[in-house]
Design a protein around this ligand. Structure first.
Ligand SMILES: [Zn+2]
Length: 612
């Protein structure tokens, strides 16, 4: 919950029917729509939530309303919303419009379990995503004559082929002075399914091209990948052609297709673009806190796993990291461990001590289970002499079930987990659709609540050894484009054995820096993300100026306050006339924002911006 010291009205109102989630659970369904809290929370966009009984108040206070799912509306509600839209409100509907179909100009048609969605070349986004986006759940829409189609379902029976333009997925309709945009695609379910995959209860099904033999009998994250090996992968543009039949060798005999686009991040783009486009259209300014401090477009992260636990491998890794001038998150593996002085030297070099939870049956403590995780966490605290272990990565990216592991971490005080990544050449990149740190959602048995453990995705293990160096530019450039984190894992064992892996460490650090991406540890990413989510930004118009109010419980240096300003694209420039900050135009989520760069003190800060 964001800190606030006044009854300031957020730019966005969310209307929720309190009975919708329990009704979904009774039907045996997940209440996916509850994930809107994470999407808005990660945007650090202030919003106020209303019960259905408070609809009149929500309409009176807000120019933009979001219905994460359409509540059980009666005639009065529909009339209220219709009047409000006609008089200039911007309404965003997710799912079957139900009784709002006439207002939306869109009727639910056929239920969709999974498919792909293409976005119109011109729309709220500039540019549109360059691939069809993987989607889970929702409905096709029958638009009325005056509703415009913003995105379309690509029907792909059998998961292959299919023509775009067969069914409408997202519509928008102007109504009087206002507008209604409808997502037929279940954007919430889509995001959670891509991020968290399917429950891991057995081996995944590998692609037929032999590039990702996940069916090796070890249960791990990439057994549950929800993206499609057939539809959602591509080669690095600079790589040689893919040669078939593919020989799976280490180091690789050649390039393999990878998950080259973060589909979930692109869905966040699409949703955010619609949200801010709506705000601009109805004349409601808004502000949110940028993903990183001012001047940092994206972050790079390096982690190290201590597989093998030899002191030689640790010394080689320490040497490589020193030569690269990078501080890493060093995940320590049970059993065995290094000599005592290695732990001291790792910490003295500024690396973050972390756990590398082992569930590979390599000792009597190394099994899948909360008790084993707890025991290994106690072990790593002892060998490192530090209680403040906040990060973990699972050895071999082991995983079982769905979200249970996050619940264990939450109970044990692990605040950020970096297990969700690839284990095979053909599933590197963005197998879970994202380069952002996000809070996972629990299953319905736990109320579909957000679990207090950040997921930090991983793009690749030891470059050169496990996939071709050409892939690196894709990992970095996509993280840069989506303002996320590019995460590279290395093992000392491979650094000491292969000069090429050591070189990959040095070159990767340089390539990140060359793009303006600083190297942060997992603990630093965790602390920053948790802090930024408590900042509440409220924007109001006053004559020709904007009044920006930011409340934060902790100081935030170099804060990047991103302002959605109606008419900004038409050209007016703004200057800060009161408060200490600077403004410039930037692009985020495929739209233009005004960035107010400022140091936020704890408490409330106010700025006035005038157009010139
Ligand atoms: Zn490992």
């Amino acid at each position: 919950m964001a800190y606030r010291d006044q009854d300031s009205i957020a730019s966005l109102g969310v209307v929720l029917d309190g009975s919708a989630a329990p009704q979904a659970w009774v039907r045996g369904e997940e209440a996916w729509f509850l994930y809107h809290r994470e999407v808005l929370g990660h945007l650090a966009l202030a919003y106020d939530t209303y019960r259905l009984a408070e609809l009149d108040r929500a309409c009176a206070r807000h120019l933009v309303l979001l219905l994460p799912t359409v509540p059980a509306l009666v005639g009065d509600h529909v009339r209220t919303l219709t009047r409000w839209v006609s008089s200039g409100g911007g309404l965003i509907i997710c799912g079957d419009p139900g009784p709002l179909a006439e207002l939306a100009g869109a009727w639910a048609d056929v239920t969709v379990e999974e498919g792909h969605v293409t976005c119109a070349p011109t729309g709220p986004w500039q540019p549109a995503p360059d691939v069809a986006l993987r989607a889970f759940g929702g409905t096709t829409l029958q638009p009325s004559g005056d509703a415009a189609t913003l995105a379309e379902w690509v029907r792909d029976p059998g998961g292959l082929g299919g023509q775009a333009g067969q069914a409408t997925a997202v519509t928008t309709r102007a109504v009087g002075a206002g507008m209604v945009t409808t997502f037929g695609v279940d954007v919430w379910q889509t995001l959670v399914r891509i991020h968290q995959g399917w429950p891991v209860t057995g081996d995944g099904v590998p692609p037929e091209d032999g590039t990702a033999p996940v069916d090796e009998g070890i249960l791990k994250c990439d057994d549950g990948i929800a993206l499609s090996y057939e539809r959602d992968r591509g080669l690095a543009p600079t790589a040689k052609a893919f040669s078939t039949p593919f020989r799976y060798e280490t180091p690789p005999s050649g390039p393999a297709p990878m998950f080259h686009r973060p589909h979930a991040d692109m869905w966040r783009d699409v949703f955010a673009a619609v949200l801010f486009w709506t705000m601009e259209k109805v004349g409601r300014p808004a502000g949110w806190l940028g993903y990183w401090p001012v001047g940092i477009p994206a972050v790079a992260h390096m982690s190290h796993d201590s597989d093998g636990n030899t002191d030689d491998s640790a010394r080689a890794a320490l040497d490589a990291f020193e030569a690269a001038d990078v501080r890493v998150t060093w995940c320590f593996l049970h059993p065995g461990g290094y000599s005592a002085e290695i732990y001291k030297d790792v910490i003295a070099a500024g690396h973050e001590p972390a756990l590398h939870y082992n569930a590979m049956a390599e000792s009597d403590l190394a099994y899948w289970g909360e008790d084993y995780l707890a025991a290994q966490l106690t072990w790593v605290r002892q060998v490192t002499g530090t209680d403040s272990i906040v990060s973990n990565k699972n050895h071999y990216t082991r995983w079982e079930g769905w979200a249970e592991f996050y619940l264990w971490c939450e109970r044990l005080g692990i605040q950020i987990d970096q297990s969700r990544g690839p284990s095979k050449q053909g599933n590197v990149g963005f197998p879970f659709g994202t380069c952002h740190v996000t809070f996972p959602m629990s299953d319905r048995a736990h109320g579909n609540r957000l679990i207090g453990v950040l997921s930090l995705p991983m793009q690749t293990q030891d470059l050169w050894l496990t996939n071709v160096i050409d892939n690196r530019a894709v990992f970095l450039d996509q993280a840069l484009e989506h303002h996320g984190v590019a995460h590279f894992l290395f093992h000392g064992r491979n650094i000491v054995a292969h000069e090429e892996v050591r070189n990959a460490v040095l070159e990767t650090v340089a390539e990140g820096r060359r793009r303006g991406m600083p190297w942060w540890t997992s603990a630093e990413i965790n602390a920053w993300e948790r802090k930024r989510r408590h900042v509440r930004i409220v924007v109001a118009r006053s004559d020709d100026s904007l009044v920006v109010t930011a409340c934060t419980p902790q100081p935030v240096d170099r804060a990047s306050i991103l302002l959605c300003v109606p008419g900004l694209n038409a050209g007016p420039t703004y200057r800060v006339v009161s408060g200490d900050g600077e403004v410039r135009a930037v692009r985020r989520h495929r739209r233009r924002f005004l960035e107010l760069a400022t140091d936020l003190a704890a408490g409330t800060s106010t700025y006035r911006l005038a157009s010139e």
